[in-house]
Design a protein around this ligand. Structure first.
Ligand SMILES: Cc1ncc(COP(=O)(O)O)c(C=O)c1O
Length: 375
């Protein structure tokens, strides 16, 4: 059997990693400013994380959600405390799309409605409702185009108000820093006004923190820079540093109903052990604070370098977009092949930086030198 060929692959095979560094099968070292697409939060192969997952595997790899799982309860307790939402409840699944799928289902069960508002350039995943809320017709199959979603402009509260006032909007879903959309940021005034409108019209406010959350923005959640509490928060990626896991954080205004949501693999013992280790490391190594400090330093260093082709540097913490006046394709390729450095990208002209949250200032400086060399 061949692989179903849907990924345009770079000609590199990564064999091992440590911190913000990975090595290919030839032994070549690379600086990782991509984190496997914002997934590596506490660094590659952190010893505490490796020990937690391997230790758990030696005890019990999996049992179903039909029995008590103390690791899930411990994760809910710890996560609630670390992120500041200890009065919310936790539902565990396996991916970001699944988190958004369940968030939208929950919103619809709650108010009985079916219309969703989403941002232009939004990305929320590739499954049925999540992909419908994604503003990219190329990945919405006819079977997913069910007319539930209206895409609206960023920070244009009038446009959102006009729709919400119709009284039929089930949920508004948004990333407070758009990732795939090109590191575009929701403004505080907009989100605060949106929160008020949602309250007035019984519409559910969902923040997708799958890419911008879990410490990446320099606060635990990106929306925490904006002074608003959503009704539902979705997370994935960094929650388990590469082991598949997603989660929905649910406000006390939702009442759980037996059987309404469910999953076979979600919240399994290995994922919970990994996620608890991730929280240990985030706290003990102060990685949220590190993301804030090193992120600000990196943004300023790139700006100060006044590199050719750089039009704008934007972002928060370690979620940074470098907009170029040329397509990113060649510089990004040369960063990998000549400078041995991975970066992400958005649209046609934006290099997107999503390193592990343990990036040091020395690694940030090294990245800027490599970028200078290719630009
Ligand atoms: C903001 C956002 N939401 C949802 C998803 C989907 O997550 P997953 O690929 O784990 O389904 C992604 C993935 O890139 C994302 O960036």
């Amino acid at each position: 059997m061949e692989l179903f060929d849907v990924y345009p692959l770079m000609d590199v095979t990564i064999a091992r990693g440590k911190g913000c560094t990975v090595w290919d099968t030839e032994g070549q070292e690379y600086l990782d400013l991509y984190g496997g697409h914002a997934v590596i939060s506490v660094g590659h192969c952190h010893p505490h994380y490796v020990e937690a997952i391997t230790g758990q595997l030696q005890k019990l790899g999996f049992y179903s959600n039909s029995v008590q799982n103390s690791l899930q309860k411990e994760l809910a307790r710890r996560l609630g405390k670390v992120c500041g939402y200890d009065d919310y409840s936790l539902f565990l699944i396996n991916s970001g799309a699944e988190a958004n799928e369940n968030a939208l289902k929950l919103a619809s069960f709650y108010n009985g409605r079916t219309r969703v508002l989403s941002l232009e350039k939004a990305f929320h995943g590739r499954t049925s409702l999540a992909v419908e809320a994604t503003n990219n017709p190329k990945i919405i199959a006819p079977i997913n185009a069910n007319g539930h979603v209206t895409y609206l402009p960023l920070n244009d509260i009038r446009a959102w108000e006009q729709e919400i006032e119709k009284g039929d909007v089930c949920a508004c879903i948004l990333e407070c820093i758009q990732g795939v959309g090109g590191i575009r940021m929701v403004e505080a005034g907009f989100l605060q006004a949106l929160r008020k409108l949602c309250d007035e019209h019984n519409t559910v406010l969902i923040c997708d923190e799958i890419q911008c959350g879990y410490g990446r923005s320099g606060k635990f959640f990106a929306h925490q820079h904006l002074g608003v509490k959503p009704d539902i928060i979705t997370v994935a990626k960094g929650i388990c540093n590469g082991f598949p896991m997603g989660a929905v954080l649910i406000s006390p205004k939702f009442t759980p109903v037996y059987g309404q949501l469910g999953t076979t693999f979600g919240g399994n013992h290995l994922a919970c052990a990994g996620a608890l280790a991730v929280l240990d490391i985030i706290e003990s190594e102060r990685l949220v604070e590190n993301a804030a400090e090193v992120g600000e330093y990196l943004i300023q260093t790139i700006r100060d370098a006044q590199l050719p082709h750089v039009v704008e540097v934007r972002g928060r913490g370690l979620m940074i977009g470098i907009e170029l006046d040329i397509p990113y394709k060649e510089p990004r390729q040369r960063l990998v092949c000549e400078q041995h450095c991975f970066t992400g990208c958005s649209g046609t002209n934006v290099l997107r930086l999503l390193p592990p949250l343990c990036l040091t200032k020395a690694e940030a400086d090294s990245f800027v030198e490599r970028l200078k060399a290719v630009l």
